[in-house]
Design a protein around this ligand. Sequence first.
Ligand code: HEM
Length: 413
Amino acid sequence: LPRAVLRLAARRGDLQGRITVEASTGADLTGLFDEIRARGPLAATKVGHTTTRHAIVRDVLADDAFVTTRPRFGAGILGKLAAWSASEVTHPVQPPSRLVVEPPAHTRYRKLVTRVFTARAVEQLRERTQAIADELLDGLDPANPVDLIETYCGLLPVTVISEILGVPPQERATVLTLGAAAAPSLDLGLSWRVFRNVESTLNTFDAWLTRHLDALRANPGDNLLSRLIAAREDGAGLTERELKATAGLVLAAGFETTVNLLGNGIALLTQHPDQLATLRARPELWSNAVDEILRFDPPVLLTGRMCSRDTTIAGNPVRRGQLVTTVLAGANRDPEVFEQPSAFDITRPNARDRVSFGAGRHYCLGAQLARMEGEIGLRTVFERFPGLRLLTGARRRPTRILRGFERLPASLG
Ligand code: HEM
């Protein structure tokens, strides 16, 4: 959606517009989430409904009546934008990306892809992830202030993703540049300039992927993308477009989400030295700490679903064509599920009930990987630099769906 439409909607008090516009300022949205929750299971917006109730978010995401498919637009400018997105070029959030395909195609995908993205495959990446974290931190001089987003949080996930996609070292720089330019496609309200840049980058990325998939077919390596190329179900594997879309989404996710988990985690832990002290004394709590970071400041603020047929949610009618915005960050603060939801507590017994990776059939494919990277990435930086403290100048990204830091200046000494 264009930025101007969102701003106009917000000015008119529309909740959907308010969430996205307030999110882009980096403001604390807890008050707005509470306001939405107080309106009942579903609160009306100009285009449908929104919810910050944990149970309703889970219900909507699990319900077959609610789909990820985008609406069809007619002739006009929106139609032109939609025609671009329906082009043959790989797009992380347009079909056949897994994110926006529904059963039965999605079920087949999910089966094939989860067979490759197993917990075991993620465990095998643990050692390599540790080595990458160590290498990146070796390059930092504790005597000088650094921006941790630029030097660490942004680089760790994309390096791991490059390994997953089997990108040869000499091509990593190209993929990093392409991925960084295409990644805003995961967000809402892009300016026209960024939109055009994303479009041309996706074309270049598509051409690169064609060559890369051919190379992997000829010379399969020990990487997840090679295994995905080989995966078959009833004799059939993923199509070229499906493979490209999955690779594109995995790359975009590596750029836009895990970086936020690391950045948000560093910010939260430096602001809560008592929690960091607990982690130093009890390192076995790191895994739970990552879930609490994901709950408290989730990298993906919200997602949404189109209603494909007239139905009801908690007794409220929802009509075909309406959009339901499920605010993951709001559900994570639901007092019905989380005691003292506004307290950041790494020992919270049910931190894993967070919906930061979504729910239902589109539950994040990279959840295990992201949690593993979060745990290694955060533990390593705090162990290597016990004196780490943030300096002034931290800046939130002006994004609407994604939530994280653009800059995180720190002193390591
Ligand atoms: C889906 C969050 C990291 C790959 C999702 C969804 C969320 C999410 C909320 C569901 C979207 C919806 O239902 O509309 C996150 C967060 C991450 C993260 C918070 C990091 C902290 C990753 C990584 C990968 C990945 C590292 C790549 C391996 C995917 C894919 C889907 C997905 C492929 C689509 C699944 C489907 O539709 O079946 N993610 N993600 N994510 N994520 Fe992630």
